[in-house]
Design a protein around this ligand. Structure first.
Ligand code: LLP
Length: 427
């Protein structure tokens, strides 16, 4: 469920018509709905009813400060994967104690920042990382709260590029190595071993892989306890899929996922941590864009819009499907046309939809690319010297620009001419 609906024939974000925002900020822009973010967070939290939990929203899905603050105000913590994301979460007001730091390649300065800030948990993914963190913590006179992210060798049955829990994937410590690493960590003075963590992939639409992975983690926790290592937290990562298509069966609900969690790890007396990203944010955001031209090719008609793959990479990177909605609601009797919806970038892959049915399009029409609230703005780039686009947050009848459109000069503001080119503009 989301709060992007037609009212009087106009697509609105909650109570705000999208054309009003377009008139104020220009296109393209991202628009997020507070009510949808809250609803998704609540549904997830309610699904874990009866468990001691900490829900750490995955900042990599949507790191906008206003989005993080909205969720933080509801009690969410944050899952971060870089010093930059840690900085963002802190800047948004998320308490350090509710932040968990994941990632295979955390550098020394990032680990130092994490320990200094009093972070809740660092998920270690290799033995050298454990050693480095121990040295850093000792040098600061602190102990670092640690979980090992284990690789359960479970196939999440999702897109190959976002499958993370097979033994050939780079993530987590090898399953068979885990007991030895826990024993090593337990002896280090700079390390406080607290938990076990797992994350097997993203956009997962089948509960079986979750069940398999969580069951393995539960047995690991029991084995560790039997060997005298106390485990207080189990971090189950993120990964629950969302409905991108209306014509497919919906993915499992948070409630069904919650049943798996309760069945597998619910009886261990641990705080259960989660790192959901997409399930909270994807359907809470749309990308609004304007039609620049309608171009009739020999075999296809192209609707060229002013958003491009640099703004939303998912279709070109993963062949991802995003539903397209015209901002002005078509009349029921409208004859739909078959279009390819493309951006202006000089790559054939700069395409949001192929052979999609839309009402007859004309220059200046607005379209909404749906389900763009997760892995949208955060993955955008300046390719083709296109400035990042604004982000807008709606709450009821109000909206605010939560990221401005930067002036184009910012694109080259950090660049400089080497001395030998300084005076060479005349040839
Ligand atoms: N925790 C860890 C350690 C992760 O690596 C991820 C996502 C999450 C949590 C959040 O997963 P979620 O609940 O959002 O599925 N750019 C891709 C998705 C990459 C996911 C990376 N890791 C996409 O656009 O589909």
């Amino acid at each position: 469920m989301n709060h992007f609906n037609y009212t009087d024939g106009v697509l609105c974000a909650e109570d705000v018509p999208l054309p009003d925002i377009a008139a104020a900020v220009g296109t393209p822009f991202y628009c997020y709905s507070t009510a949808t973010l809250k609803r998704h967070y609540e549904a997830f939290a309610e699904a874990m009813d009866g468990l001691e939990t900490l829900i750490c929203f995955s900042a990599k899905a949507n790191g906008n400060l206003a989005v993080l603050r909205t969720l933080g105000n509801m009690g969410a913590g944050c899952d971060v994967v870089s010093g930059g994301e840690l900085g963002r979460a802190l800047a948004a007001g998320i308490p350090a104690s509710k932040i968990v730091f994941s990632g295979v390649g955390k550098k020394a300065d990032e680990l130092r920042l994490a320990v200094e800030s009093g972070i809740g948990q660092i998920n270690i993914e290799s033995e050298p990382e454990l050693e480095r963190l121990n040295e850093i913590a000792l040098s600061l006179g602190k102990t670092a709260p640690v979980a090992f992210r284990v690789n359960p060798d479970v196939h999440a049955k999702t897109h190959d590029k976002i499958t993370t829990g097979r033994k050939e994937d780079k993530f987590g410590v090898a399953w068979n190595d885990a007991p030895r690493l826990y024993a090593t960590a337990d002896r280090l003075d700079g390390i406080d071993v607290r938990g076990a963590a797992v994350h097997i992939g993203s956009q997962i639409t089948d509960l079986d892989p979750f069940e398999a992975a969580f069951t393995k983690v539960a047995s690991l926790v029991e084995d560790l306890r039997a060997s005298g290592i106390e485990i207080q937290t189990i971090d189950l990562g993120g990964g629950l899929g969302v409905p991108y298509r209306r014509d497919n069966d919906p993915p499992p609900s948070p409630a069904a996922y919650g049943e798996v969690v309760k069945r597998t790890v619910g009886g261990l007396g641990c705080t259960i941590m989660f790192e959901p990203g997409r399930v909270i944010a994807a359907n809470a955001g749309v990308l609004v864009s304007e039609v620049v031209y309608v171009k009739r090719g020999e075999t296809k008609t192209f609707v060229i819009i002013d958003a491009a793959m640099n703004d939303l990479l998912r279709p070109s990177m993963y062949d991802a499907y995003h539903h397209i909605r015209p901002v002005m609601e078509p009349r029921p009797e409208t004859d739909l046309q078959t279009y390819d919806l493309v951006g202006p970038i000089c790559e054939t892959g700069d395409r949001f939809a192929q052979e999609t049915l839309l009402p007859p399009a004309t220059e200046g029409d607005l379209v909404a690319i749906m389900s763009a609230g997760a892995y949208g703005a955060v993955m955008s780039s300046n390719y083709n010297a296109r400035p990042l686009i604004p982000e807008v947050l709606v709450d009821g009848g109000e909206y605010a620009i939560v990221r401005k459109r930067p002036p184009v000069e910012e694109l080259w503001a950090l660049e400089s001419m080497p001395e030998w080119l300084e005076s060479s503009t005349d040839n």
